[in-house]
Design a protein around this ligand. Structure first.
Ligand code: AMP
Length: 423
C-alpha cells in the first residue's frame, strides 16, 4: 500500500514515523517533508497548499491513502478535491473543517448546542467592536475569525490593547480576510488540556490526553508560539472530566453537526480550559496537534493505519486502541529569535548520539538536508520525545537527549513537565 503524508513539521514526521511501522505500507511519501521524513520516506517537493499538484501526484503514483497534517489544506478543501478525483484521504471536508477555520462558526454551533465555552460576541463591523470595548471588564480575548498562522488570538489586558487589536485585525486587515470578522470573548482562568478524538462521521474514540506549552520561555513568559513542548497523559484530566466532556461537549457537538448535515470524519482536537466551573472549549482544531502528536504517537501501541482507515470508513467503534502506560515528555528545540524573526541554514550536530538514548525519539520540524548535512530551516527545529516509567524519568531522558543536540542559537524551555505530579 502507498501512503502520502502532507506537511513538513514535527507532527508530520511523527505521523510518518508511526505509519512507517505499519506492515501494510510498502511505500511512504511526504510532501514536502523535512530532513527527518527524508530518512524514512520519500520526500516530494510539493507545498502542502498546492492542492492540484498534490492530487496529480497521488493519482500518478497510485497513492492509496493521503493523510493531511496541517489545517490550511483542510480549510482549502483538499479532502473534497481528492474525493472528487476518486482519491482517498484522511481529514474533514472543507465544510466540516470550518470548526477550526471559522471561530464564529464554531462558536455559533457551540452556542446552539449549549457546549460550555467562553461567553462571546462576534463582530463584522469595526465601529461596533470598538464601541463594545468601552463596556468590557479586562482582560478579554480577541480572536480573528479565520486561520492566522496561530497569531490570531490576542489577550487584551486593557482597553488600549483591545482597541488597537480591533483596529489591527478589522481596519488594517493584518490577517487579511481572516480578521475581517472577530470574536471578543471572556478570559477563562484554569489549566489547559488537549484532547484528540478520531471521529468517523457518527462515532468517535478518544486518544490519550496531553498538555502543551504555548509560551516561548520558562514559567510561561514571552510570546505565544506554535508550541514549545508537551507531555502525555495530562495531569489535569481524569475519568470524571472525561465523562463530562463526552456528555456536554463531544455528543452535543456531533449532533449539532448532524443537524447542519455536516459529516465530520477525521481527527478532532478540542483545546480545553479546565476551570473551577468545569471544562470549557477554547477552540476546535481539525487535525492532530503539534507538538502533542510527537508526545502521543510514541505512546500508541496500536498500528495507526487501521485506525485512520476505520475513521474514514465509519468503523472507529470497532477498533481497540492500545497505549503504552508510560508517560512521555516532548521538548521543542527552536531557532534563536523564534517566534519572531530567525535565521536558517545552521548546521545541526548530535542528532545520531541523541537518538541512541533509551526510549528517545527525535522528530524533525524545521530541518532540511543541505548536501548530506542536516541544517535548520524553520522556527521550531526539532521535537525531542522520551518515554519513562514516570514523568520525572521521561523528563530527564528528554532533556539529556536535547542537551546532546547543538545548533547556533538553539533555545528551548527547561520547565516542560517540571513540577507536575506523576500520573
Ligand atoms: P485558540 O487558538 O483559540 O486555542 O487560542 C490560543 C490560545 O489562547 C489558547 O491555547 C489559550 O492559551 C489562549 N486562549 C484562547 N481563548 C482563551 C480564553 N477565552 N481565555 C483564556 N485564554 C484563551
Amino acid at each position: 500500500m502507498k501512503v502520502l503524508v502532507i506537511g513538513s513539521g514535527g507532527r508530520e514526521h511523527a505521523l510518518t514515523w508511526k505509519l512507517k511501522q505499519s506492515p501494510a505500507i510498502d511505500r511512504l511519501f511526504c510532501a514536502p517533508g523535512n530532513a527527518g521524513t527524508a530518512a524514512i520516506a520519500e520526500n516530494v517537493s510539493i507545498a502542502a497548499t498546492n492542492l492540484a499538484d498534490l492530487a496529480a501526484f497521488a493519482k500518478q503514483n497510485d497513492v492509496d491513502l493521503t493523510v493531511v497534517g496541517p489545517d490550511d489544506p483542510l480549510a482549502m478543501g483538499i479532502v473534497d478535491l481528492f474525493a472528487a478525483e476518486g482519491l482517498r484521504s484522511f481529514g474533514p471536508t472543507k465544510s466540516a473543517a470550518r470548526l477550526e477555520s471559522s471561530k464564529i462558526f464554531a462558536k455559533e454551533l457551540m452556542r446552539s448546542q449549549k457546549v460550555p465555552t467562553a461567553q462571546a460576541r462576534t463582530f463584522s463591523d469595526s465601529e461596533a467592536a470598538l464601541a463594545y470595548c468601552e463596556e468590557l471588564k479586562f482582560p478579554v480575548v480577541i480572536k480573528a475569525d479565520g486561520l492566522a498562522l496561530g497569531k490570531g488570538v490576542i489577550i487584551a489586558e486593557n482597553i488600549a490593547t483591545a482597541k488597537s487589536t480591533v483596529e489591527m485585525m478589522m481596519k488594517e486587515a493584518r490577517f487579511g480576510e481572516a480578521g475581517r470578522r472577530i470574536v471578543i470573548e471572556e478570559f477563562l482562568r484554569g489549566s489547559e488540556c488537549s484532547i484528540h478524538a478520531l471521529v468517523d462521521g457518527k462515532n468517535y474514540q478518544l486518544l490519550e490526553s496531553a498538555r502543551d506549552y504555548k509560551r516561548a520561555f520558562d514559567d510561561d513568559e514571552g510570546p505565544n508560539t506554535g508550541g514549545m513542548g508537551a507531555f502525555s497523559p495530562a495531569n489535569n484530566w481524569n475519568a470524571q472530566l472525561q465523562s463530562k466532556f463526552e456528555k456536554e461537549m463531544m455528543r452535543p457537538l456531533l449532533s449539532g453537526l448532524a443537524k447542519e448535515e455536516i459529516i465530520y470524519r477525521g481527527l478532532l482536537y478540542p483545546g480545553l480550559m479546565i476551570t473551577v466551573g468545569g471544562p470549557r472549549v477554547l477552540e476546535f482544531n481539525c487535525r492532530f496537534g503539534d507538538p502533542e502528536t510527537q508526545a502521543l504517537l510514541p505512546r500508541l501501541k496500536s498500528d495507526l493505519l487501521p485506525l485512520l482507515d476505520a475513521t474514514i470508513d465509519g468503523k472507529i467503534d470497532k477498533c481497540k486502541i492500545e497505549w503504552d502506560k508510560r508517560p512521555s515528555v516532548t521538548v521543542v528545540l527552536a531557532s534563536a529569535g523564534y517566534p519572531g524573526k530567525y535565521e536558517t541554514g545552521k548546521p545541526i550536530s548530535g542528532l545520531e548520539k541523541a537518538a541512541k538514548l533509551k526510549d528517545v525519539q527525535i522528530f524533525h520540524a524545521g530541518t532540511k538536508l543541505a548536501n548530506t548535512e542536516v541544517v535548520t530551516a524553520g522556527g521550531r527545529v526539532l521535537a525531542v520525545t522520551a518515554l519513562g516509567s514516570d514523568l520525572a524519568v521521561a523528563r530527564v531522558r528528554a532533556y539529556n537527549a536535547a542537551a546532546l543536540i547543538q545548533f547556533e542559537g538553539c533555545h528551548y524551555r527547561h520547565d516542560i513537565a517540571l513540577g507536575v505530579a506523576n500520573s
